[in-house]
Design a protein around this ligand. Structure first.
Ligand SMILES: *[C@@H]1O[C@H](CO)[C@@H](O)[C@H](O)[C@H]1NC(C)=O
Ligand SMILES: *[C@@H]1O[C@H](CO)[C@@H](O)[C@H](O)[C@H]1NC(C)=O
Ligand SMILES: *[C@@H]1O[C@H](CO)[C@@H](O)[C@H](O)[C@H]1NC(C)=O
Ligand SMILES: [Zn+2]
Length: 360
């Protein structure tokens, strides 16, 4: 009798424990903007909740000495994997971007359990996702209403009376030539030299050291409803321009199908403005074939201050667009039969109760 009571008590504790865990998880609201400390805790929680899939990797330090981290997501296998890059929040005020990266992580971690295609992609590729790259700037944009529209990082300029480099003008890609300012007070100040900034260095060193692994490089911004392809400099054309346009058009159509929003595809000079030193251009110059800048909603009505009730639809449509590009990159490298076989194997192992950690 006693042991039965003990057993039920233990079962009760387990149930309560599971419920508590469940309700803690449910508390994270993906359809609100979160300050940096909440995003950092969320990253730690993702790794705890999915130890077989998620690894947090520290890969740099901001000017103000904060650690820059990404989530590496994939099924752990012995095979050498390809990779997908996604960064959000290189520009501080574009709050929808970090919200999207978090949504994207949650979606792929749900999807692979039931979706063979996602399982195959996570078997063959690791996703490297940085929810907030410009952490100092993001925190500054949360300070008060006067700093809400801060764009750059927070390093002091040469004369000390101005702050911030536009990190998306600081990469080593026709640096300092077009669409930049050398005035530190400017929002498009490109810094004192290519990758002068620690946040840009972090990306350049991390991606650069394994560039042959990356099939695609997606950098998420707002606003404008655009999918931008290389290059920002008007006098250079990507060798796979036609492919980039076709894949971009496919992504725009995938986006349109979700909530009917129109996204325009093209090079920056063709559909927005010429610029130099962007991370997208740098990644393409590293021979990463599929590099895109996403400019999420909206088209200017609210601009950078996109209302929270648009987070969900914006993320849903952008997810569809991003997956179009990622699936294309995947299928081009891993032929359909092999990918399908991997997915089937996964489904069989899953049905047999074998954990992903033991795969291959
Ligand atoms: C730099 O930009 C600021 C703000 O636009 C302006 O007041 C200042 O005169 C500029 N400095 C130079 C050297 O052009
Ligand atoms: C592009 O090339 C043309 C012709 O050589 C030149 O006049 C122009 O300045 C170049 N544009 C830029 C932004 O360098
Ligand atoms: C922006 O989007 C709104 C809502 O979809 C639409 O009514 C408006 O015409 C658009 N404006 C421009 C400039 O495209
Ligand atoms: Zn931006």
């Amino acid at each position: 009798m006693l042991s039965v009571v003990g057993l039920s008590f233990a079962a009760l504790l387990l149930t309560v424990g599971a419920l508590t865990l469940e309700s803690n998880r449910a508390e994270y609201d993906y359809y609100k903007y979160h300050p940096m400390d909440e995003i950092s805790s969320w990253m730690v929680q993702m790794e705890k909740d999915h130890p077989d899939m998620v690894t947090m990797v520290d890969y740099g330090r901001t000017y103000e000495k904060r650690t820059i981290s990404l989530l590496k997501i994939g099924l752990k296998t012995e095979a050498k994997k390809k990779a997908v890059w996604m960064d959000c929040g290189i520009h501080a005020r574009e709050w929808i971007a970090p919200a999207f990266c978090q949504y994207f992580v949650r979606q792929i971690l749900h999807a692979y359990k039931t979706d063979d295609k996602m399982a195959a992609m996570l078997t063959n590729m690791d996703f490297y996702i940085t929810p907030v790259l410009n952490i100092d700037g993001y925190i500054f944009s949360w300070k008060d209403s006067s700093t809400r529209l801060w764009r750059k990082n927070r390093s002091p300029g040469p004369s000390g009376d101005c702050y911030g480099v536009d990190l998306n003008r600081n990469f080593d890609a026709n640096w300092g030539t077009v669409g930049v300012s050398s005035n530190c007070s400017s929002n498009i100040y490109c810094g004192t030299g290519p990758i002068s900034e620690p946040e840009a260095q972090a990306v350049a060193y991390f991606v650069g050291s394994r560039k042959e692994d990356f099939l695609c490089f997606l950098t998420i911004h707002s606003y404008g409803q655009l999918l931008l392809i290389p290059y920002g400099h008007p006098n250079f054309t990507a060798s796979n321009y036609d492919e980039l346009m076709t894949v971009g058009q496919g992504a725009a159509e995938a986006i349109w199908r979700v909530h009917g929003k129109k996204y325009t595809v093209g090079t920056s000079p063709d559909v927005l403005y010429a610029n130099s030193g962007s991370s997208r251009d740098w990644a393409r110059l590293q021979e990463i074939p599929l590099t895109f800048t996403f400019e999420l909603r909206d088209n200017g009505t609210y601009g950078f201050e996109l209302p929270e009730d648009q987070i969900q639809p914006t993320c849903e449509e952008a997810y569809s667009g991003a997956l179009h590009i990622i699936a294309y990159a995947h299928d081009k490298t891993f032929n359909g039969a092999a990918a399908a076989a991997a997915a089937t194997l996964w489904a069989v192992l899953l049905a047999a109760g074998v954990s992903g950690a033991n795969l291959m």
